[in-house]
Design a protein around this ligand. Sequence first.
Ligand code: G1P
Length: 300
Amino acid sequence: MTRRIRKAVFPVAGLGTRFLPATKTVPKEMLPVIDRPLIQYAVDEAIDAGCDTLVFITNRYKHAVADYFDKAYELEDKLERAGKHEQLEMVRNPLPAHVRAIFVTQPEALGLGHAVLCAKEVVGDEPFAVLLPDDLIWNRGGASALKQMADHAEASGAGVIAVQNVPRDKTSSYGIVDIEGFSDRHGAIRNMVEKPRPEDAPSTLAVVGRYVLPPEIFASLENTGRGSGGEIQLTDAIADLIARGGRFDAYRFQGTRFDCGAHIGLIEATIRFALDHETLSEAARESMQRALDELGVAEN
Ligand code: G1P
């Protein structure tokens, strides 16, 4: 696998139950950090990595995601008439001219592996990326996590999976990799297990939602039965390819990952982005200080 990735798959058909009641009508991928929805951060990362085809695996409740990347004639007209040029630019070109968006329906919620399999016809016979928008990765001023991984995939010819260390009592929330050891930022994966109990986990290196995969993954997914949680797991399909000699590297990316699929992760991302924001940082800092003072926790 030596070609540069061009296609990025975004599984966005999940129910987002952790963020109910908001997610009753707002897809979790549309929850904002400051003024941009989570999906925008993931899309920017894919484009930074060189992708020009974005494949959204969606369902009938997620029209807001498609609408977001569509033209909004009435809004544009109003902003234009009002002379609000800055806002107009923000909504006018949701994607750069060379990038196209494709929407594929996942008819049943059968898991991440099944969602990725839904992209088979659109991806075809080439390596591609998968990005889980819940995982927001911030690498201030540097290359995006997916760009780092795509560069490594191109240079090495291996599939590449983003990883980071987690506390052992959290292994049952992640795919966990068993590696031969790191050289620089990457290490060959020997095996992968989806959401093992801490006592069964082969390590504490957890899969983060960024993957560069070979097209062979589709055949593997077609033969993958239901695994953890009764779902078709991407982890199991990758483990199967590895067992049959496929080469996958775990990759320790440069940057900070916020798990925005959980309340605290979304809060952390918001705080971090606010403190780093061009116009909001001072007000954000003051407001946080005030809140800490008022709650009497500043000295604790
Ligand atoms: C998915 C993957 C898991 C990975 C995680 C990263 O799980 O199945 O291997 O570690 O994303 O966010 P989910 O969080 O969808 O349950």
